[in-house]
Design a protein around this ligand. Structure first.
Ligand SMILES: [Zn+2]
Length: 295
């Protein structure tokens, strides 16, 4: 496999070649100088991928967040990659029954993806699957929630904007849902609140978000909790919801995922107010959750 041969490249050769590129950088170069431009290009290109002259090959660790069928036999997938963010990959022939891509490019496949980059497309070459979350695939409600998390990511990130915190949050929530018997709404509360935090939309949980008073009620608005005086502007939450939200915020994700909050479905609906305000009104995948949730 290509990735293996890349891994074997000795590090000192790479750094030596980088140094030699930089030392040949002309001190009096200007834009019209073609040798200057070619030197600049050589520096921009990562040394690992310089050996293929026509197509640049890249390896990313990523999770599939969306698939789109295209034409007779091809499909596009969106992956969310460590350090790289959202990337679109074309899987040639993926719809054919004999395709090696058939099961390994499904949503929520997590693994190492190797693709070739041309001017128009990124062509998927191979996938080394790390985790496929089979229990999520078997359960329509879990799958609906996983799709909802993925939609939030796809809508909030432009291509090639990294979000490693969000990626790790998604992986931890999927891992938990894959192993847990609980209704996914507690996981959803954790995902939504931490997602809002990482995206810079953290709701205020310690002071009234209208007047700043430090005595807050279990009453929620899109911007956070409010005091008694301003409680007419929000929705009433189940008892101790404020405590649970602060507990989610103050503790690490694997720990808080294990806590099953009894009234999590009501809390999840309240947190949606913040998502609707900051991310957008229409959440297609959430409508599907409401359709399949029999609770
Ligand atoms: Zn207030």
């Amino acid at each position: 496999m290509m990735s293996r041969s890349f891994d074997k490249l000795p590090k000192d050769v790479i750094s030596f070649s980088e140094e030699s590129q930089i030392s040949s950088f002309p001190s009096n170069g200007y834009i019209g100088d073609s040798s200057f431009l070619s030197t600049l290009k050589a520096i921009d290109t990562p040394p690992l991928f310089r050996y293929n002259k026509t197509m640049e090959q890249k390896k990313i660790r990523a999770i599939v967040t969306k698939e789109n069928f295209f034409g007779e036999s091809d499909k596009y997938i969106s992956v969310f990659a460590k350090d790289e963010g959202k990337i679109s990959l074309l899987c040639k022939g993926a719809k054919k029954q004999t395709s090696p891509f058939l099961a390994i490019t499904d949503p929520f496949i997590y693994g190492d993806f190797i693709y070739e980059k041309s001017k128009r497309n990124n062509y998927l070459k191979s996938v080394d699957v790390i985790e496929s979350f089979p229990k999520i695939r078997e359960d329509i409600l879990k799958l609906a929630y996983a799709n909802f998390f993925a939609e939030l990511i796809n809508r909030s990130f432009a291509e090639n904007v990294a979000g490693n915190d969000v990626m790790l949050l998604l992986l931890r929530c999927l891992k938990f849902m894959n192993s847990s018997q609980n209704h996914p709404s507690s996981t959803a509360c954790v995902f939504i609140l931490k997602f809002l935090k990482y995206m810079g939309y953290m709701p205020e949980l310690y002071h009234c978000c209208v007047c700043g008073s430090d005595s807050v009620e279990d009453v929620y608005t899109p911007y956070g909790l409010v005091c008694k005086k301003h409680s007419h502007s929000g929705v009433l939450l189940p008892e101790r919801s404020g405590d649970f939200l602060r507990y989610i915020l103050e503790n690490n994700t694997p720990a808080v995922l294990k806590t099953n909050f009894k009234e999590s479905l009501q809390l999840e609906k309240a947190l949606l107010l913040s998502l609707r305000t900051h991310i957008g009104e229409e959440m297609v995948s959430y409508k599907f959750i409401e359709k399949v949730d029999m609770r």
